[in-house]
Design a protein around this ligand. Structure first.
Ligand SMILES: [Zn+2]
Length: 205
């Protein structure tokens, strides 16, 4: 992980070179952004930096609807090294953890499940399961924005076992349903709206 000073300087410059290398989470809004986000610059004391979107989500932050962290390039320093983490990530991207257990993933890598978890914590600051979950939602969100596919088909393509599960994951992360987000993205594109916090007050229980 980059040091906070480097992250802060990159965020102030909205430096494209750092896009995907870290994410900026704002404690007051509970939203995380790419360092290139055009939203108002948060106060330093309210900011926390994370090496991955999955780490920010695991810490309880929601993705910004304006800079769309799911579209950030994925460029960790060890990419191309052939390291265990990189191989694991490739398998997770291929959907291994959408269908199989962490043990099955570890078996393919020839290491223990505990070792995989430890490596993920060290390099990504998130569990393998969280990374798989973040990737599923990201895949689904891209499909919602970029295609007119029906929700049920998007769920399957993104790696969810059902559209009900996808809806639950979206409710959990965005407090919105997939179709609401699809409408929202179209509205945002039309109006060039400002960074909207992905919050919507829930009806009282
Ligand atoms: Zn943002």
């Amino acid at each position: 992980m980059l040091d906070p000073q480097t992250c802060e300087a990159a965020m102030q410059r909205r430096d494209q070179a750092f896009d995907g290398r870290f994410f900026v989470a704002v404690k007051t809004t509970r939203i995380y952004c790419r360092p290139v986000c055009k939203a108002r610059m948060p106060k330093r004391e309210n900011v926390r930096f994370y090496p991955t979107a999955a780490a920010a989500e695991q810490a309880g932050f929601r993705p910004c609807l304006r800079c769309r962290p799911e579209t950030a390039p994925f460029c960790p320093a060890w990419k191309g090294s052939g390291a265990t983490v990189e191989r694991a990530l490739r398998l997770i991207e291929e959907g291994v953890l959408d269908r199989e257990s962490l043990q099955a993933l570890a078996d393919r890598l020839g290491v223990s499940a505990r070792h995989v978890s430890r490596l993920f914590q060290q390099h990504l600051d998130a569990s393998p399961r969280q990374v798989a979950k973040t990737l599923r939602v990201q895949r689904a969100k891209r499909l919602l924005h970029e295609t007119d596919l029906p929700i049920a088909q998007i769920a399957i393509r993104a790696g969810f076992s059902s559209s009900r599960r996808m809806t639950a994951a979206f409710a959990d992360l965005y407090r919105r349903s997939p179709s609401e987000l699809r409408g929202k993205s179209r509205g945002l594109r039309r109006q060039g709206d400002d960074c909207l916090p992905a919050t919507r007050s829930r009806p009282p229980p």
